[in-house]
Design a protein around this ligand. Structure first.
Ligand SMILES: [Zn+2]
Length: 206
């Protein structure tokens, strides 16, 4: 589990000087070893009464999951959308099918970066993994959008280095699950990397 404060402060930093610059209402989702989130409304951190606001990584999305998440739950967004989750999904897909794939040379050591690189090259199995990832991240964002309706989702963390390719795969499912309206938060990339927290902390002091 991540520290709620860290993700929220990073979100504030991205609003001030990063991917959310110019917006006052945003939700940040960080796809790293885990999946963190932060909600900013009217330029202020929303942490909730129990510190749970923004815990997007631990929204339950997958009923078929049997393994436990770090939070104690089962079927969390983090189990699919984190770097760890993407790699695990790839191992499962390799095991479940005999399909040839560039990922097989990495075996059990396959990483999220391997998957994203291969998917960009058109590797079928890697693309199947990313469809699953896009599906569940898109689902999580569609839930968030109907609750807080931000101006933008800022997507950060190591996985977001895949750039527009990642945005596109999430966008496809996000649009499908928010058919209610074409007018909704856009998806953007974080730009501050590990410095987001420093910017956020500075903004809090200011
Ligand atoms: Zn969890």
């Amino acid at each position: 589990m991540r520290s709620g404060n860290d993700a929220n402060v990073a979100a504030l930093g991205e609003m001030w000087q990063g991917g959310g610059k110019g917006y006052s209402d945003l939700v940040m989702i960080t796809l790293g070893t885990g999946v963190g989130g932060g909600v900013i409304l009217d330029q202020k951190i929303v942490s909730g009464k129990h510190g749970l606001a923004g815990e997007i990584g631990h929204i339950h999305v997958r009923d078929e999951e049997r393994e436990h998440c770090n939070c104690g739950g089962v079927g969390c967004v983090e189990q699919i959308g984190s770097a760890t989750g993407i790699a695990r999904e790839a191992r499962r897909k390799m095991e479940a099918s005999g399909k040839p794939s560039a990922l097989r040379e990495f075996g059990d050591a396959v990483s999220a970066k391997n998957v994203l690189d291969a998917a960009k090259e058109g590797d079928e199995l890697a693309l199947e993994v990313m469809e699953v990832v896009g599906h569940y991240l898109g689902l999580a964002l569609s839930m968030a959008v109907m609750i807080v309706d931000p101006e933008i989702f800022v997507i950060g963390g190591g996985v977001s280095k895949a750039g527009q390719f990642l945005i596109d795969v999430i966008q496809k499912y996000y649009d499908r699950f928010t058919a209610i309206s074409p007018h909704k938060a856009k998806l953007g990339l974080a730009t501050l990397g590990n410095d987001a927290g420093i910017y956020g902390a500075a903004r809090l002091i200011l």
